[in-house]
Ligand binder design. Structure first.
Ligand code: FA5
Length: 340
């Protein structure tokens, strides 16, 4: 190889390399260019350097000088390409993350206040020996009315007062129609149909009524049903259980009263009220299970007696947490819900 060839191959290497470094657009292309031109073993510069020994002795100083010059130029080109790539990357991804900065707080969801209330109520009643029972939300008229002593012509069965389902050929209100249950008292029947006394259960869940929403009413709400059937269960047992429950859930200073009332499935019946901001607010109904109901499920009313109650879960939750409008519970407004 002549000196002229040696110098010209160095020159074309330098041109080629500076073009390649200018085109670098990724870590991979940067690394490829480095290996191709400056690789210690097989890089292009290294290949030319190997030819140095073949030149005449007096040609070597000039050749060596050019070799060093090109080497420096290539190294500088690589450095510039590395910096340019880092600049381009930080322009798109922003400055590198600072691991010493405090983390972003995670926003965790949590349990809806009504579900929290129901868990709490189950826990209080559980301590008094009441186990939890479940029933379906879609019911038949037998469980929602007939077995509860609510006869065919009773206004409570009116299609305008219930959510009947539009099923194929059933007429709303007739025996084969279905409805969204309007009370959890349905579960009393389902439990008694399947078990023998002694019974001590609570059942909590959704009920549905076409009530116009206002501060204390909503078309879908929750009730806690209670049922105790055994030998010699009396009204005194009912009043004690409800008082102990109210004292546990609402505080020992809560005032409650029992007001004579009427339900087809209890006799005698009472309405249960508590005092809230100097006003008596109704939070449920209760009474001694009517003998006709005990007979409907095959019990002997001469040997067993029972009490039942049905309380509005929303009203209990509202009283405890000082919520003044039931609609807040179902608005989905996170500013409200996140307080619980
Ligand atoms: C009943 O539903 C009876 N099943 C209760 C019962 C059970 C009596 C066992 C005797 C024996 P009532 O319709 O009064 O009763 O409803 C009970 C409670 O549900 C009310 O006191 C109230 O707290 C609540 N409630 C009724 N309608 C609504 C509504 N639209 N929105 C929110 N809560 C309601």
């Amino acid at each position: 190889m002549s000196l002229a060839d040696f110098l010209s191959s160095l020159q074309s290497l330098q041109d080629e390399a500076s073009e390649a470094f200018a085109k670098v657009s990724s870590q991979q292309s940067l690394e490829d260019a480095r290996v191709r031109f400056l690789g210690a073993k097989n890089g292009a510069l290294r290949q030319i350097q190997k030819q140095l020994g073949k030149l005449d002795k007096d040609e070597k100083p000039q050749a060596g000088q050019k070799l060093n010059e090109v080497k420096r130029s290539l190294s500088a080109g690589l450095e510039r390409a590395t910096e340019a790539l880092a600049d381009a990357q930080s322009a798109t991804t922003g400055p590198p993350a600072d691991p010493t900065l405090p983390g972003e707080p995670l926003r965790l969801g949590h349990i809806h206040p009504i579900t929290q209330t129901m868990d709490h109520l189950k826990e209080i009643m559980g301590r008094m020996g009441f186990e939890t029972a479940e029933g379906p939300e879609v019911e038949d008229p037998w469980h929602n009315f007939v077995a509860l002593n609510i006869p065919e012509d009773h206004p409570a069965r009116d299609p305008l007062d219930n959510f009947y389902l539009a099923t194929a050929d059933a007429v709303a209100g007739e025996a084969d129609s279905q409805l969204m249950r309007s009370q959890t008292s349905t579960v009393q029947i389902r439990v008694m149909e399947n078990r023998q006394p002694p019974i001590r259960i609570v059942s909590l869940g959704r009920v549905y009524r076409p009530d116009a929403p206002d501060a204390t009413h909503f078309p879908m709400f929750h009730q806690m049903e209670g049922l105790m059937v055994d030998r010699q269960v009396t009204m005194a047992n009912l009043k004690t259980v409800l008082r102990v429950f109210a004292n546990n859930y609402l505080g020992s200073d809560v005032q409650i009263r029992f007001r004579p009332s009427f339900f087809p499935f209890t006799e005698p019946s009472v309405e249960v009220d508590f005092l809230w901001n100097d006003q008596w607010i109704e939070f449920g109904g209760a009474g001694m299970v009517d003998p006709a109901v005990l007979s409907a499920v095959g019990y002997d009313p001469e040997t067993v007696s029972g009490f039942a109650f049905g309380l509005g879960v929303e009203r209990l939750c509202m009283r405890r947490h000082n919520i003044t409008d039931i609609r807040d519970l179902y608005s989905g407004d996170m500013r409200f819900l996140s307080q619980f």
